[in-house]
Design a protein around this ligand. Structure first.
Ligand code: XMP
Length: 462
């Protein structure tokens, strides 16, 4: 049997060439996730329960990437996270949360907390009758007072269909924060807030859908509930679905991709595989993009447990250029890995561990001996499996489960924005060395050299 020797990121370096690009600013980072979805930066956050829920997905989309909400939760909970992303930075909020004039102040405060909003239009049978914001009740001490007694009755509204520029003028002239939009029968249909306008305008390269809402993806598995889950997350506004299977070679993976494409027509990303055969199989099933990576991830135990895997740089080289977009998933621990993954042919990289332990990742901070940490765990770890089973009321049979993921505390890192900016800075630097104004240029011009052990040491890789 012939045994190939394959390589990963630290085995190689990119070779510099004569370059006319003197400034990193002259580089374009945009790349396609699928044929339809183009991102300003080639980075997405992993569908893991210690990495991506709404908060991470919102920040990633604002930075020009995207987040994939994990599936290790109930269908409703996953759909809720997606809804939160779609409502954020939405200059026009369709069907805004509203409140009845009969609510007490106590009920209003509870609802405001639950929905994370600061005020509501007040409606009677969906007819706009007032507005209540923090200003109206912040010094009120009687929690039993009715909204009708506290609200502003001469509410300033506008007709649905108003442009953002017109809305800005009204908000500014009247010194108000929220502008309910009504139809000709005075039914509340939408709302514009000044906060959302300011935020939308400050993230010029954010990933947005055609209605100006942030882009987000949701993961589904190949178990019985995949169809219900797909429907729920698409109804919630997911822009694409990730069919998330550790072993994307399972025939069932291709069947599920085929069925989702047929029933929902949405963009589908499928994985994980690591060879050309795996990519072609999922491409034939109708996938719009394939996720590459068997075992390179920081929390992965597949290689030590099953003895199966494929070194990630070689996997990317083999899987690229097969007529379908690919995501390099796992093993990115420094900006150099991102540059090499893209140069080797990845359209996008997916990141888990580097984004864990941030303000935007789910979970709370744990303090040990004066240092702050957050949890990061593989989705095939024992606790991820146990938590999923209990949330979904499934039989867990923990004693028969061989985990293929680890669970660790990672140091608390602050905002993910800083990490993304550092990654992008490294990629831009690589592009100036390789005379590449954009990522397809980089892919064309990239040449790798292999390192000896001494070369790795010299590169600070060991
Ligand atoms: P990084 O290196 O960015 O990798 O943390 C994230 C990717 O790791 C994969 N993943 C796992 N692989 N067992 C595995 O073998 C696991 O428990 C596990 N959890 C996540 C996944 O592809 C993710 O995007």
């Amino acid at each position: 049997m012939e045994i190939k020797q394959l390589l990963t990121f630290d085995d190689v370096l990119l070779v510099p060439i004569v370059s006319s690009i003197s400034s990193r600013k002259d580089t374009d980072m945009s790349s396609n996730l699928t044929e339809k979805i183009r991102l300003s930066i080639p980075i997405i956050s992993a569908n893991m329960d210690t990495v991506t829920e709404a908060t991470m997905a919102i920040t990633m989309a604002r930075l020009g990437g995207v987040g994939v909400v994990h599936r290790f939760n109930t269908i409703e909970a996953e759909a809720d996270e997606i809804r939160k992303v779609k409502r954020e930075q939405n200059v026009i909020i369709d069907k805004p949360y509203s409140i009845s004039p009969d609510y007490t102040l106590k009920q209003l405060k509870e609802l405001a907390e639950e929905k994370s909003v600061t005020g509501f239009p007040v409606v009677n049978n969906n007819k706009l009758v007032g507005i209540i914001t923090k200003r109206d009740f912040q010094f009120e001490t009687d929690d039993n007072k009715k909204v009708s007694e506290l609200m502003t009755k001469d509410v300033i509204s506008a007709k649905v269909g108003i442009s953002t520029e017109e809305a800005k003028k009204i908000l500014n002239k009247n010194r108000i924060e929220k502008l309910p939009l009504i139809d000709k029968f005075n039914n509340l249909t939408a709302m514009i807030t000044s906060k959302d306008i300011v935020i939308a305008e400050s993230y010029s390269s954010a990933s947005k859908d055609k209605n100006g809402r942030l882009i987000v993806g949701g993961a589904v598995g190949i178990g019985q509930d995949y169809e219900m889950r797909t429907k729920a997350i698409i109804d919630a506004g997911a822009d694409f679905v990730v069919v998330d299977v550790a072993n994307g070679y399972l025939e069932k993976t291709a069947e599920v991709v085929k069925s989702i494409k047929k029933k929902f027509g949405t963009d589908v990303i499928a994985g994980n595989v690591a060879t050309k055969e795996g990519v072609i199989n999922l491409k034939k099933a109708g996938a719009d993009c394939v996720k590459i990576g068997i075992g390179p991830g920081g929390a992965c135990l597949t290689r030590p447990v099953a003895g199966v895997g494929y070194p990630q740089l070689s996997a990317i080289l083999e899987c690229a250029n097969n007529g379908i977009n690919i995501i390099a998933d796992g093993g990115i621990i420094k900006s150099a890995d991102l540059s090499k993954a893209i140069a080797a042919g990845a359209d996008i990289v997916m990141i888990g561990g580097m984004f864990a332990g941030t303000d935007e990742s789910p979970g709370s901070i744990v303090t040990k001996a004066g240092t702050n940490y957050k949890f990061y765990r593989g989705m095939a770890s024992i606790n991820a499996f146990a938590d999923k089973s209990s949330k979904l009321n499934e039989d867990s049979h923990l004693e028969g489960y061989t985990p293929e993921g680890t669970e660790t505390l990672v140091p608390y890192k602050g905002s993910v924005t800083k990490i993304v900016n550092n990654l992008i800075g490294g990629l831009r630097s690589a592009m100036t060395y390789l005379n590449s104004r954009n990522l397809s240029d980089l892919r064309k011009k990239a040449k790798f050299v292999r390192l000896t052990e001494a070369g790795k040491k010299e590169s600070k890789y060991t």
